[in-house]
Design a protein around this ligand. Structure first.
Ligand code: SF4
Length: 170
């Protein structure tokens, strides 16, 4: 099973991003950042993928698609959430249909903070997910993903706290 982490196949789903994170993720696949040196192959079919990379803020409509993509992937599998929008909703968090973090819909293994994260950070998060993929393949329990490096959190209720909402935005 450890051989799996030497050639992970990755499928990417854009939940509703501004495309900033998607552009940086695509940069990871170029010769400049060369994610393929870790054996990573970008595929289009979730049934072939070991890792799901998600960008953007999940909402009521695309949450069904996100769950369907996740459920089509074979076990073991891992999820990497790129950018603050996947973690909290980010700048879209106040949208009427935004649910918040994608962990409200599917389990997440690694959160990569940033708006957008740099390609190096994305590759770092993907490589971090490989150790969790290996552990899952051996049947080991993995703990919940950590959000504590995230720099932007959805404000609870700025009006109730008497604070200016703009002060909470990135
Ligand atoms: S984290 Fe920033 S760059 Fe990424 S989708 Fe959200 S707003 Fe766009």
């Amino acid at each position: 099973m450890d051989s799996l982490v030497k050639s992970p196949w990755v499928v990417h789903y854009n939940c509703n991003s501004c495309n900033g994170c998607d552009i940086e993720f695509l940069a990871c696949l170029t010769p400049l950042y060369d994610a393929e040196r870790f054996g990573i192959l970008h595929v289009g079919n979730p049934k072939h993928a070991d890792m799901l990379v998600v960008t953007g803020a999940v909402n009521h409509r695309n949450s069904r698609v996100l769950r369907r993509v996740y459920e089509q992937m074979p076990e073991p599998k891992v999820v990497v959430a790129l950018g603050v929008c996947t973690a909290t909703g980010g700048i879209f968090a106040e949208g009427y249909n935004v649910l918040g973090g994608i962990d409200r819909v599917i389990p997440v293994d690694v959160f990569v903070p940033g708006c957008p994260p740099r390609p190096e950070a994305m590759i770092d998060g993907i490589v971090a997910a490989l150790s969790r993929l290996s552990a899952k393949g051996r049947g080991q329990e993995v703990g919940p993903a950590k959000k504590d490096r995230i720099t932007y959190q959805r404000p609870s209720d700025p009006a109730a706290e008497g604070k200016d909402d703009a002060a909470h935005r990135p």
